[in-house]
Design a protein around this ligand. Structure first.
Ligand SMILES: NC(=O)c1ccc[n+]([C@@H]2O[C@H](COP(=O)([O-])OP(=O)(O)OC[C@H]3O[C@@H](n4cnc5c(N)ncnc54)[C@H](O)[C@@H]3O)[C@@H](O)[C@H]2O)c1
Length: 314
């Protein structure tokens, strides 16, 4: 199986590539970046081969410049895009969206000229970039998705497990909505060992607001402390890839194009629970959430739609 990573010289792209190379079912990984980063890619490839040798594994790792798209991507079951400009001081979210929309548009247009692949978008703002990729590629919505609130859901899960002092595997929860300030934590879909969280001893004192703030600010906190997150997002990406290639039908929270599945909302890519398998997004799970959660979700939709209006013609 071949998987391509565009933006492979970056933090997330390189860590994702390394983790994927360790997966026995992935035999072929294509690392793609701009010309000026090709030397770095060569170093990443050497380092990856050393690590694989230590585990007595092998994989074919190829390097291409982004000028060699679409040929470089041809035959890839999944193409991951994490290329993008980082947010600089004084840059608004909209400025970032405009800059990265141009990058996503160019890559996706080139890829879709000749290739049929699944597009997995990581670049922020991820919901808007996923929608850009969907519209510019003309692909079916089942094959274009973004990391969405999958990582936020994992962060929420950790905080709840720590508060109740239980193993993380006992916690079921998710955050839907924008991967950003308007994300919607679903207490109505949170359970510990199958028991709804509201029936757990200690629930009354759960510092919900603090936990949500912690989840929302975690990305910025990691940027401040170590320059940017990589292990968390990269592991979340690999989770998604493994679910697809193993046809696991897991229900994960990814950014996908809504077409009326939740409260008749349509016309935007946003984080919602999806059944994921070999074909990509096989179903959007039409969950019923509490009235308060629905109101917050609708707000998240509005925020994303406003941003989409500003960048859709870029
Ligand atoms: N969705 C999520 O949950 C999530 C989590 C963390 C980070 N992210 C996003 O993922 C993206 C990558 O993060 P990172 O830490 O790897 O960033 P990084 O700066 O380390 O790497 C960015 C990559 O994009 C390339 N790049 C930069 N400018 C470019 C341009 N103009 N044209 C083409 N390529 C360009 C770089 O060469 C590099 O390969 C960012 O947009 C980040 O905000 C998303």
């Amino acid at each position: 199986m071949k998987i391509s990573v565009i933006g492979a010289s970056g933090r997330i792209g390189s860590t994702v590539s390394f983790l994927l190379a360790r997966e026995p079912s992935i035999k072929h990984i294509v690392l793609i970046s701009r010309e000026k980063s090709l030397k770095k890619l060569e170093g990443i490839r050497m380092d990856m081969y050393d690590a694989l040798a230590a585990e007595a594994r092998d994989a074919e790792i190829e390097i291409y410049s982004d000028k060699e798209i679409p040929d470089a991507v041809d035959g890839s079951e999944i193409t991951i895009i994490s290329a993008g400009v980082p947010r600089k001081d004084g840059m608004s979210r909209l400025d970032l969206a405009k800059a990265n929309a141009k990058i996503i548009k160019n890559y996706v247009k080139d890829i879709s000229k000749t290739c049929d692949t699944k597009l997995f978008i990581i670049t922020n703002p991820v919901d808007i970039m996923t929608q850009k990729a969907l519209f510019e590629s003309g692909y079916d919505r089942s094959q274009v998705f973004g990391l969405g609130t999958h990582l936020d859901s994992m962060r929420f899960k950790v905080a709840i497990a720590k508060y109740f002092g239980v193993h993380i595997g006992e916690v079921r929860t998710r955050i839907i909505g924008e991967h950003g300030d308007t994300m919607v934590p679903l207490l109505s879909a949170t359970a510990i060992g199958g028991i709804p969280i509201s029936r757990m001893p200690g629930y009354e004192n759960l510092p919900y607001k603090e936990i949500v703030e912690l989840v929302k600010s975690r990305g910025e906190e990691i940027i401040r402390l170590k320059g940017g997150s990589e292990y968390g997002p990269a592991s979340a990406v690999v989770n998604v890839i493994k679910t697809i290639i193993n046809d696991d039908k897991r229900v994960l929270t990814l950014s996908t194009y809504l077409d009326g599945e939740i409260d008749s909302i349509s016309g935007i890519c946003i984080g919602v629970p999806v059944k994921l398998g070999r074909k990509g997004i096989e179903e959007i799970v039409p969950i019923r959430i509490s009235p308060e959660e629905l109101e917050t979700f609708k707000h998240s939709v509005q925020v994303l739609k406003a941003c989409w209006e500003d960048i859709k013609n870029i």
